[in-house]
Write a protein of this length. Structure first.
Lengths: 138, 134
C-alpha cells in the first residue's frame, strides 16, 4: 500500500519539477522580449512528463550527481530527458528584429503554468494529509 | 532548484530595462539642449540588448551589450540673436526625437512591469512550495 502511494507522489513530484522548468523557460522568454534576434523557446510538457515517468511505472530515476556541482547528492533525472522535448515556439507575427517572442502568449502560458504548478502542489499536499490521517487513524 | 534562477533571469531583464529607461530619461532631459561653443550638440543614445547565458547555460537572461549614439544631424533653428548661433545664424539643438523616446519609455516600462510580475508570481509559488506538506 505504501508502494502504491509512493508511486502517486513520485509522479506528482516529477510533474512539479517539470512545471518549474517550464516556468524558467517562460521567464527567459519574457525577459528577452526586447532582445534582437532572440528565438522564443517552449517546453513540450506532456512529452517531457511522459518521458520522465515512462520507465519503471512511475519510479524515479535517481542519479547520483557526483559529476554535478554538489557531489554526493541524489538528484532527479529530469533534466537529461528534457533535451528532446524543448523546442522553439513558432512566431505568429514576425518582427523586424528577428525576435520571435509573442508577449501575449508568453504571459498567458506563464499564468497557465503557475496555476498548474499550484494545482500540483495541492495534489501533493492533500496526498500527504491523507497519508498522515491514515497513519494517525483518528 | 530551477525556480530560484527565475529571479536571476527576470532580475537581469529588470536591470536592463531600467538602464533603457535611464537612457530615455537622459535623452528627454537633453531634448532641447543647445550645442556648446564647440558645435557639438547632445546625441541621442540607445541601449542594445543581448541574450546572456546564466546558471551554466541552462537559462538565458538579458544584458545591455553597449550604448550607441545616434549619428543623425542635430535639429537646426534660425535664431540669429541667440548667443550660440553660428555664422549663418543657425542654432544646433540635440538630435533627440521626443516621440521616439516616449514610445521607448512606454515599451520599457511595460517590459519592466511584466518581469516584476514574473518575479512576484514566482515568489508566491516558492512560498507555497516551502509550506508543502504542512
Amino acid at each position: 500500500m505504501l508502494n502504491l502511494t509512493n508511486q502517486n507522489l513520485d509522479f506528482q513530484t516529477k510533474a512539479l519539477v517539470l512545471r518549474s522548468q517550464r516556468q524558467q523557460v517562460l521567464a527567459a522568454n519574457i525577459a528577452n522580449g526586447d532582445t534582437p534576434g532572440y528565438v522564443a523557446k517552449e517546453l513540450n510538457f506532456s512529452q517531457a512528463l511522459r518521458e520522465a515517468s515512462g520507465s519503471g511505472a512511475g519510479r524515479l530515476n535517481l542519479v547520483s550527481s557526483s559529476d554535478a556541482k554538489t557531489p554526493g547528492h541524489i538528484g532527479l533525472d529530469v533534466r537529461s530527458s528534457l533535451e528532446g522535448t524543448s523546442l522553439y515556439a513558432r512566431p505568429s507575427q514576425p518582427s523586424g528584429d528577428n525576435n520571435s517572442v509573442d508577449m501575449d502568449r508568453e504571459r498567458a502560458s506563464f499564468a497557465d503554468n503557475s496555476l498548474h504548478y499550484e494545482a500540483t502542489l495541492r495534489f501533493i499536499n492533500s496526498h500527504v494529509r491523507t497519508m498522515l490521517s491514515a497513519i494517525q487513524g483518528q | 532548484m530551477s525556480m530560484l534562477s527565475i529571479f536571476h533571469i527576470s532580475g537581469s531583464a529588470v536591470s536592463a530595462q531600467s538602464q533603457r529607461l535611464n537612457v530615455v530619461a537622459s535623452n528627454l532631459a537633453n531634448a532641447d539642449a543647445v550645442a556648446g561653443p564647440d558645435g557639438q550638440s547632445y546625441k541621442a543614445r540607445q541601449v542594445m540588448f543581448q541574450t546572456v547565458p546564466m546558471n551554466s547555460g541552462t537559462s538565458q537572461g538579458v544584458q545591455v551589450s553597449r550604448i550607441v549614439e545616434s549619428t543623425e544631424p542635430g535639429r537646426k533653428q534660425h535664431l540669429p540673436s541667440h548667443p550660440n548661433a553660428d555664422a549663418q545664424g543657425f542654432v544646433t539643438y540635440s538630435n533627440v526625437n521626443p516621440v521616439e523616446e516616449m514610445v521607448n519609455m512606454i515599451s520599457a516600462s511595460r517590459a519592466y512591469q511584466s518581469n516584476v510580475e514574473v518575479m512576484n508570481t514566482t515568489k508566491n509559488l516558492l512560498m507555497k512550495t516551502l509550506q508543502m506538506g504542512q
